[in-house]
Structures are given as C-alpha cells and as structure tokens.
Design a protein around this ligand. Structure first.
Ligand SMILES: [Zn+2]
Length: 135
C-alpha cells in the first residue's frame, strides 16, 4: 500500500520530502564564458570563470538540521580572547553552560532530528510541512 503523501491541510498531491527539495535545489558548478567584446572598434578576447555554490531559497529552507560542532563555538571564542584580550576563562565559562544545555548526547539528538527531517514532507502548494508516515 503506497504511503499517503497528500498535504493534510490543502489536500494537494504536489508534495516533496525536505531531502528531495534540498538536494534538487543545489547547484555546484563552474561556468566558463568566452566572450568577444568590441569596445570602440578594438577586439578584446576575454574569458571569465565563475565558480558558484548556489542553493535556491526553497532548498535552503529545507536544509537538514545542522550538526552541533564545538569548533564553530570554540575557535571564534579563542580568537575573541586574543583579539579583544579577554581572559582565557571566558572560553570554558561560555562553553560549559552550552554543554550543559545541549548535553553530551548532542550527537544522539542530531541523529533524531535528521531522521525526522528525512521523514518530513513539504506541500509545494501551501508550504505546510508534515510527516506523512505518522498520519
Ligand atoms: Zn498544502
């Protein structure tokens, strides 16, 4: 029996999982453009290379929950102590409360979030996010 993925709010069948929306919105590529410009009668050959990581806004909104990474907090903190001449105890003073809040089990929590994210669908008509497997 197929899973009913219809939007629970508007009944639209135009729904996609967040993972599909996210992946289909990614553009990572290199574009090289050869161009011949005529500027005041002179011929100019130019080549421009553009590297772009591009994601649509829709895909960005459907991004998976980020993994808690201590280096994102730790390194800027350590840099701040150097730049602003803060005392070094600021680093544990900031990290310890965060560690207590999120707990040592943040990997487990993120795994839970990731599973939920993979199961979540979004209606492309009204924007509602829902979990069809739990209906
Ligand atoms: Zn809908």
């Amino acid at each position: 029996m197929p899973i009913n993925c219809n939007c629970p709010v508007c009944g639209s069948r135009n729904t996609k999982s967040l993972a599909i929306i996210f992946e289909s919105g990614q553009r990572i590529g290199t574009s090289t453009r050869d161009s011949i410009w005529t500027i005041s009668g002179a011929l100019d050959l130019g080549r421009s290379t553009t590297k772009s990581n591009w994601a649509s806004l829709l895909a960005t909104n459907a991004a998976p929950p980020g993994k808690m990474n201590w280096s994102y907090i730790g390194w800027p903190l350590i840099a701040a102590t150097v730049i602003f001449e803060w005392p070094l105890w600021v680093v544990p003073a900031v990290i310890l409360p965060i560690a207590l809040l999120y707990g040592a089990s943040d990997d487990y929590l993120n795994a839970e979030d990731g599973t939920k994210w993979r199961k979540t669908f979004r209606c492309l008509r009204c924007g509602t996010t829902f979990e069809p497997f739990n209906q």
